[in-house]
Design a protein around this ligand. Structure first.
Ligand code: 13P
Length: 242
């Protein structure tokens, strides 16, 4: 089933998050064609989770730590994120890799999320320099390996991978559908042993271009930043049409 995920990043506080949720819900009168997930900042997670219960919207978190509890000041517990209602967790977003030097711990985060029955959305993607150097696939392949190594095939069933080329995030530039298709099919080939794998595309997705990606057989969803922050555009993304 298609998976449309709104990553609100560090943009909305509790009140603004609730307001955006109301706006989206008002626009979801017809049954939604796939799954729609919102990922508010951690500080709004509980309130948001309460509000979306028994609505067509599902909740996800943008990041978690790999321990559920303990003396880890300032970290986000995966267990508490789930308690708030999160069913999905974005892991290894390029902004986490870039600003918080995430790398090896991504693997433990994926495992922690799976142990709680949540679905990880593992983000992978190359920089422009890496693409121009002809290394896009080797970078993505290494990120997949680092993120998933040692985790059993059964546990990983239902996993989502978001292919987000770093140079397409927040820039208004997107990968060409051909490049997105090529990367998605390599990811699928690499992870062919996983049941129920979904590959999402992310990077400047908006109502005007979502069908370029979603109509590709290899792509089953979108991870959206900027265009998920307006009720109108997020609703349009949820009801995207070929
Ligand atoms: P934009 O849609 O704003 O380019 O952000 C993409 C992204 O990083 C989603 O995780």
């Amino acid at each position: 089933m298609d998976l449309i995920v709104g990553n609100w990043k560090m943009n909305l506080g509790g009140r603004d998050s609730l307001q955006l949720i109301e706006g989206i819900l008002e626009r979801l009168k017809k049954p939604i064609p796939g799954e729609a997930v919102i990922c508010p900042p951690a500080t709004a997670l509980f309130m948001a989770g309460d509000r979306v219960k028994e609505t067509p919207l599902q909740l996800g978190c943008q990041n978690v730590f790999y321990e559920n509890k303990g003396a880890y000041t300032g970290e986000i517990s995966p267990e508490f994120a789930r308690e708030a209602g999160s069913r999905y967790a974005i892991i290894g977003h390029s902004e986490r890799r870039q600003f918080f030097s995430e790398g090896p711990e991504i693997n433990r985060k994926i495992e922690a999320v799976l142990n709680l029955g949540m679905t990880p959305i593992l983000c992978v993607g190359e920089s422009l320099e890496q693409r121009d150097g002809g290394n896009a696939w080797s970078v993505v392949k290494d990120q997949l390996k680092q993120g998933l190594q040692g985790i059993s095939t059964e546990k990983l069933s239902g996993l989502a991978i978001a292919y987000e080329p770093v140079w397409a995030i927040g820039t208004g530039k997107t990968a060409s559908p051909e490049d997105a298709r090529e990367m998605a099919s390599r990811i699928i080939e690499e992870l062919h042993h996983l049941q129920g794998l979904r590959v999402l595309y992310g990077g400047s997705v908006k109502p005007g271009n979502i069908s370029d990606f979603m109509s590709l057989a290899e792509i089953n969803g979108a991870l959206v930043g900027g265009a998920s922050l307006k009720a109108d555009s997020f609703a349009k993304l949820i009801y995207w049409e070929k």
